[in-house]
Design a protein around this ligand. Structure first.
Ligand code: EAX
Length: 323
């Protein structure tokens, strides 16, 4: 009798201890620093997931491309060797071709327009396209409007871009567009960019202010022009199997955590955009902040005609006219 009670007690105690420590750890990565708009995104995500699942799920965060560049991390998520990634859409068309349309230059008027499209039916439909490719896309986040930097000259007119050797993302739409500017394009993973700029393998690159600042490109680039030539979304992707295995309430917790993370991410992009130019000038960059955008748009007219053929003018207009 006494022994039985002891046995029951032991079993109960062991069960409770197991419940208390039943914790699953998942990995998430970014290519930028922790102190960046993307770092804020995954730090918030990790905190929210832990909070919303009562600590049963823990998200381990990796920064600076320490698990690989964006293409590699998305590949790892697809394979399931890594559960999650927060990435720009740069390499995403290689996995989900439908997302290509979002990287068309001069498609979005401003951040409010882009955010409305991504949060609205067009963006939400695109998220569903990831399902068939082994992903669960949790939410759209933001990288920001991309601007050109280089070490050679001030870019005031589209013609000034001609002949510059620039690193681009591994994104077919970007590569086609920048060729249209007369740029010599060199696709490269982000973790290699700083060294390539430093060693002069390339003259320049293009990225949003939050990336230029957090990657300290001011140390290796002199000239910045606020071209805002393309809006760069980010996305939270998760391995589909890992997501499907979660209980419905936990799936909701992950989705809600991503939503909270996006709020913090966008707020940080706004903050960096607001003070970025002054910061970068203080660090010695020349910043051209008054280009005539219509000239840059005009320079891309032939490429844009190609994009209208590829994506359908109606589909592009649906995004352009979205209110
Ligand atoms: O996501 O590769 C890029 O230029 C990206 O904008 C950067 O990794 C941040």
């Amino acid at each position: 009798m006494k022994l039985n009670r002891l046995a029951v007690g032991l079993v109960l105690g062991f069960g409770m201890a197991c419940a208390a420590i039943a914790q699953t750890t998942m990995k998430i990565s970014i290519s930028t620093a922790q102190n960046s708009h993307q770092g804020v995104a995954i730090d918030t995500f990790a905190k929210e997931v832990e909070k919303r699942t009562g600590g049963r799920y823990k998200v381990q965060t990796f920064y600076n491309g320490s698990l690989g560049g964006e293409r590699e991390s998305i590949e790892a998520v697809q394979l399931g060797t890594q559960e999650l990634a927060f990435s720009s859409t740069g390499p995403v068309p290689n996995f989900v071709p439908e997302t290509k349309i979002l990287d068309v230059p001069f498609l979005f008027r401003d951040k409010a327009h882009a955010r409305a499209v991504l949060d609205g039916p067009i963006g939400q439909d695109l998220l569903k396209k990831f399902d068939a490719k082994g992903f669960k896309a949790l939410a759209w986040g933001e990288n920001g409007f991309r601007h050109m930097t280089n070490s050679k000259r001030d870019v005031k007119e589209p013609g000034d871009l001609k002949g510059l050797k620039m690193r681009t993302m591994e994104n077919p739409v970007h590569i086609a567009a920048y060729k249209g500017f007369g740029i010599i394009t060199t696709p490269m993973a982000f973790p290699e960019v700083f060294t390539a700029l430093q060693q002069g393998t390339v003259d320049g690159q293009e990225n949003p202010l939050p990336v230029i600042i957090s990657a300290k490109f001011d140390q290796v680039q002199k000239h910045l022009t606020l071209t805002g030539h393309v809006y760069s979304p980010c996305i939270f992707v998760m391995n589909k199997g890992s997501f499907d295995k979660l209980a419905p309430a936990d799936q909701q917790a992950f989705l809600d955590a991503a939503k909270e993370a996006v709020k913090a991410n966008r707020a940080r992009v706004d903050e960096d955009d607001a003070k970025g130019v002054a910061d970068l000038r203080a660090k010695g960059m020349t910043v051209i902040d008054n280009v005539d955008k219509s000239k840059f748009v005009a320079a891309l007219a032939p490429v844009n005609a190609q994009f209208e053929k590829e994506f359908g003018k109606a589909n592009l207009d649906k995004i352009r006219d979205y209110k």
